[in-house]
Design a protein around this ligand. Structure first.
Ligand code: DX5
Ligand code: ZN
Length: 215
């Protein structure tokens, strides 16, 4: 069974606390938090102070997705601010293994992400180190883009490898998920499904219950 991870990038920041509370009241376990540096991706979102302040009011799993160059520079700051898991991009790390083991040493769940143009085989050597693999199904940087269908081929490969190697990492997909395609995505065996616009645009509680119907 898949789980939904609402991405606060699409929230109304003027009412962020309220909206996170509303998400929490639906029984959602994962909250997806997108951090962007304006270098690895063209846009800038938010950072540690925001996470620290929402941490006080939420006990959901903070799934922090770092879209920043050389994230190793900041992992201890994100740990202090209240992240439960940190996802780093393969494309952004000179030393991916060191970065993932650094996250683990801080007591957090380490995860790896790949952009749509990166072959999934490139992360085979870290699969035994990660809590989760995040497959980007849009080009990272912005919410509200269209789902790239070939991402599901990566999901299939990751499922096969997990079985073959006897591992237990979770498979997460991020970008372009909506009420029309979530059923197909979940049907492919994705464990955690990120949704920004589809959750925060309109009535949050209603959106979550519609998206969850097929999970
Ligand atoms: C994109 C972010 C996503 C984004 C998804 O760079 O990583 O998490 O918030 O937004 P939607 O669900 O609107 O595509
Ligand atoms: Zn994300």
């Amino acid at each position: 069974m898949g789980e939904l991870a609402p991405s606060i990038l699409a929230a109304d920041f003027n009412r962020l606390g309220e909206q996170i509370k509303e998400v929490g009241n639906t029984g959602t376990r994962y909250l997806h938090i997108d951090v962007m540096d304006g270098l690895f991706v063209p846009s800038i979102s938010f950072g540690m102070p925001l996470i620290e302040s929402i941490r006080k009011e939420s006990d959901m799993f903070f799934d922090v997705h770092l879209m920043i160059n050389e994230p190793v520079r900041y992992i201890s700051d994100f740990a202090k601010s209240g992240a439960d898991g940190i996802t780093v991009h393969k494309e952004a790390c000179a030393g991916l293994k060191e970065t993932l083991s650094g996250i683990k040493r801080l007591g957090l769940k380490p995860s790896v992400s790949i952009n749509p143009e990166t072959p999934v085989q490139e992360i085979e050597d870290v699969l035994d180190m990660v809590y989760m693999v995040l497959v980007m199904s849009v080009h990272p940087g912005f919410g509200g883009q269209k789902f790239i269908p070939s991402s599901l081929e990566k999901v299939c490969w990751l499922k096969e490898k997990r079985e073959e190697k006897g591992l237990s990492y979770k498979i997460e997909i991020d970008g372009g998920v909506n009420k029309n395609n979530i059923s197909e995505i979940a049907g492919n065996g994705v464990d955690i499904i990120v949704a920004g616009t589809a959750v925060f645009n309109g009535n949050i509680t209603e959106n979550i219950s519609i998206l969850r119907e097929v999970l």
